[in-house]
Design a protein around this ligand. Structure first.
Ligand code: OAD
Length: 236
């Protein structure tokens, strides 16, 4: 089976009702990134940051995967698919995708403030324990924090994502403004022979690059169109 790698961003989940960051009305118009999504912000005011992610997490049970997520999952019938997502929601998994790399962490997980990337410190939250509170402790005794990669922190999954990108036969980018590195740099690892499809209703910085075949549509409509095309090349 051919290797299909799909890099997704906030636009992938927009049709599920989760706000993007940089569109008008996006999250970064309502909150200051420095306050809620940086390690410095967390050190300055941990309660504000913990509550910001508690609020995001509480949205999850109320939203559902969109048609786009479902079509991404359905491509596993035809390809060896790996999803690399910048999203911290769990909508790819809920739609049925089996290989998902979360570059920026996962809302439904919590970890230790002292050793955030130590696998033995990471716990999965559930419907009965949705919120993190000040005073909740990780196994190592430090304050429990959201398992989110904030600006200023290392991105531990980037190496695995770069390796997967470098082995792609076909690459698809959906709903990301490609503003945030190192995620935006992953496309540079894609082999020359692999076509790169881009699904986004707007132009993004690299749209003009001849390697990108831009399907200028939303995630669900764009995935309908792309699925038809990909089925034709699945076995050639
Ligand atoms: P952005 O908000 O920067 O970009 C969202 C992209 O989705 C834009 O290019 C939109 O045009 C596109 N879009 C909007 N509606 C869409 C739809 N219905 N279908 C498809 N695309 C649509 O979000 P990201 O690029 O994901 O990081 O942002 C990257 C990172 O910046 C996030 O992971 C987050 C943020 O700060 C952290 O918090 C660490």
């Amino acid at each position: 089976m051919k290797k299909l790698v799909i890099l997704t961003g906030a636009g992938m989940s927009a049709e599920s009702g989760i706000s993007t960051f940089r569109d008008s009305g996006g999250l970064w118009e309502q909150y200051r990134v420095e306050d809620v999504a940086t390690i410095e912000g967390y050190i300055r005011n941990p309660e504000l940051v913990i509550n910001f992610y508690n609020e995001r997490r509480r949205q999850l049970p109320a939203v559902k995967p969109c048609r786009g997520h479902e079509l991404v999952a359905a491509l596993e019938q035809y390809f060896d698919v790996t999803v690399i997502t910048q999203n911290v929601d769990n909508l790819h998994e809920r739609a049925g995708s089996t290989k998902v790399i979360h570059l920026h962490g996962e809302l439904m997980k919590a970890t230790s403030t002292r050793n955030p990337n130590d696998p033995s410190q990471i716990i999965t939250l559930d419907a009965d324990h949705m919120d993190i509170h000040m005073g909740d402790k990780a196994a190592d005794g430090s304050q429990l924090r959201p398992f989110i990669v904030w600006f200023g922190e290392a991105v531990p999954e980037i190496e695995r994502a770069a390796e997967v990108s470098s082995e792609a036969d076909i690459y698809v980018v959906i709903g990301t403004s490609l503003n945030v590195y190192p995620a935006a740099g992953l496309v540079q690892f894609v082999p020359e022979r692999a076509p790169i499809y881009l699904i986004d209703p707007k132009d993004v910085p690299w749209t003009a690059n001849h390697r990108f075949r831009h399907i200028k549509k939303g995630a669900s409509e764009g995935m309908e169109e792309l699925t038809k095309m990909l089925k034709l090349i699945a076995e050639d």
